[in-house]
Write a new protein. Sequence first.
Length: 340
Amino acid sequence: MMRLVQIVFGCLFGLFFAPFLSAQDTFSIVAADSTTRQVGSAGASCVDLFQFPGFKIDFLGDLLPNLGAINTQASYLAANQTNARTRMNAGDSPAEIITWLKGNDAGFNPGIRQYGIVGFTGSALSAAGYTGVSTMDYKNHLTGNIGGIYYSIQGNILSGQAILDSMEYRFRNADGDLACRLMAALQGAKKVGADTRCAPNGTSSLFAFVKVSEPSDAYNNPSFVLGVKTASNAKKEPIDSLQVLFNAVKNCETSQVPTLNLEGIDLQIFPNPGSHIIQVKTAIPVTQGTCRVMDAKGVVVYSDQFTTATSLHTGSWPKGAYFLRLQCREGYVLKQFMVQ
């Protein structure tokens, strides 16, 4: 009976608060570390939570210590989040949970939902994402892993793919523990109008959070949790405010951006430094290649498919250092070049 009440409440909640929930959350990330078994979540959105005092800043992220993490967004329904947690506790993998959610949506409309899930199935760790076809544009998700840390990044009502790409780059190349990587991912999305509704506010969003649970934590009581919410028209960047709080309690060591040179790829960038057109070539074709260029802050300024060559038209780019990442099935290469 209690289960039925929860589902009915979730459906009614979505009906009465559809304008508010239609974009929950705009960009977010879940991640888990196979070595430490930490699980974490971070996200932000252009929703004024002062108008909805019943919601915690970190409500969209559900952490199950030593088991996994679930972000539920885009037309948020509490019942869907509860159902996902139930399936994870029952032993389902992230991919299996998403399949179940699509077939058993609490509001009978899975096309307007978005999920990011990471989780352990025994000792095996995996990640999965889902973006409904009717979720508001621009929407997409990315999944991957680096050094045994699995992640899912997702967003809707975004200014473009560059927001997700920047989050992924900053997460993968951050120093420190899982919390440091999650905070870095949010910094990757710190762009005016990242959530397009916040462009008039001059910010990326109106609230932001980051949280991590240790394997020994109790459910709903993570060891590390920080959040900031700002009011509409306050014109105050919440990710910057969150970073101040973060820096007061965490110390993320710095190091050089890692580079993996793939044998035989021989990535060439010339002229370097360059001013108007910079050529990028490889000695041999790559498989399923993607070329991305990030500025010194980790913001993606160029992204396109790549086989053997491309031209970067840099005449309008600010002078300074840039990083080119060539990702392909064989691995990746990361090199620095200068625009002058």
